[in-house]
Design a protein around this ligand. Structure first.
Ligand code: KG4
Ligand code: ZN
Length: 352
């Protein structure tokens, strides 16, 4: 069989994206349109997201196909994010994919958004393959996984409340830096002192042994409240403005410190010094640098280019290719697939 040509479609949140991927690494066409309607609200408004996806989806997909010089009927499969995500937003991409897959008589592959984030780095770097410890950090999820091979995922820990990216977004809003908070905090933090404020590093102290329930889990909501309280005090004293860079740098250092420490716990326990970071927060340079430092010369660190770290159609096409070639649960007949905000992570085992 010639190298498969897969169209990947992503509409789970506020990016409308489509990509044409040939085999595992040849990205022939790729378009990502980030919705700006949410900026004034400081967060994603689900109904506005659905409407914005509907307005642009045809154009985004046509444009990716044109860039690739590929016609619909040459595709071998269509992959679309089926979950998790905003239900109305998911429906737009998935319904498009379903209808077209049916019309051209090709398989539709339902893709789990977080599994796709695991594949993102491997598009540019084929060495970014299991086994590895994976830290998935996005606006909706924070997951620490042991990945012995593609398709087999052991969940070591996850967040008990806010996701890492969500914490960046909320603190960005508290500091008046706009949405999304992550890139804005990184920019402002570059002018600040990360040691200026001693914010808590949640779930690190006390529970130091593997097997303890908090050993691998995360919590960012208390840290966010701690920043909020500090901001209120500084505001009351009329000193907030000048402190924003130090606040941003200290908050960022706390999040990065927790993420790196937890990932290193997994490295120690598995004995595998290969780490992959995925999800929008993987675009954070301070996170990548701190993780590389912690791993040291004997370790290998993989992360996607910033464009492939945040939501994109290329990673959806890559994950779809995996399930297409393997067959099984991801490879569903077009009319069987519905959008599933709580879609199970295929192959995921909870640590017990
Ligand atoms: O994966 P993603 O694009 O969407 C979801 O699946 O949620 O992740 C978006 C998240 C946002 O919360 C955003 O603030 C965060 O990724 N992010 C960052 C950076 N760039 C994006 N967080 C920290 N530092 C960054 N440079
Ligand atoms: Zn994502």
């Amino acid at each position: 069989m010639p190298t498969p040509l897969v169209l990947g479609i992503e509409t789970s949140c506020d990016e409308t994206s489509a990509a044409v991927l040939r085999g595992e690494t040849e990205l022939l066409g790729h378009r990502i349109l980030t919705q700006d309607v949410h900026e004034v609200y400081g967060g994603v408004v689900p109904e506005l997201a659905s409407r914005a996806h509907l307005r642009v989806i045809d154009h985004v997909i046509d444009s990716a196909l044109a860039q690739a010089g590929v016609e619909l009927r040459s595709l071998d499969a269509i992959g679309a994010t089926a979950g998790p995500g905003l239900i109305g937003a998911l429906l737009v991409g998935l319904t498009w994919a379903k209808a077209v897959a049916y019309a051209i008589g090709k398989p539709l592959v339902a893709v789990h958004h977080m599994e796709a984030h695991l594949f993102a780095a491997s598009i540019d770097d084929p060495a970014a393959r299991p086994p590895f410890v994976a830290l998935l950090v996005s606006g909706g999820h924070t997951m620490l996984l042991w990945v012995p091979e593609w398709g087999r995922y052991q969940l070591l820990g996850e967040t008990r409340d806010d996701a890492a990216g969500e914490a960046f977004d909320k603190v960005g809003k508290i500091l008046g830096l706009g949405y999304p908070g992550g890139p804005a905090i990184e920019r402002v933090a570059a002018q600040g002192d990360p040691k200026a404020y001693a914010f808590p590093r949640p779930m690190l102290a006390g529970n130091q042994r593997p097997g303890d329930p908090d050993y691998y889990d995360f919590s960012f909501s208390g840290l966010k409240t701690s920043v909020l309280n500090r901001v209120r005090h500084l505001e009351a004293e009329g000193r907030l403005e000048g402190e924003v860079p130090d606040l941003a740098a200290s908050f960022q250092a706390a999040v990065v410190g927790v993420l790196v420490a937890k990932a290193m716990r997994a490295v120690e326990e598995t004995g595998c010094r290969r780490v992959l970071i995925g999800g929008g927060v993987a675009a954070s340079r301070p996170l990548r640098t701190a993780m590389a430092d912690a791993l040291g010369a004997g370790g290998e660190l993989y992360y996607p280019a910033p464009r492939l770290a945040t939501d994109n159609g290329a990673m959806i096409a890559r994950a779809a290719l995996f399930h297409l070639e393997r067959g099984g649960p991801g490879d569903l007949a077009p009319l069987d697939v519905t959008a599933r905000p709580d879609m199970p992570f295929p192959g995921l085992l909870r640590r017990c």
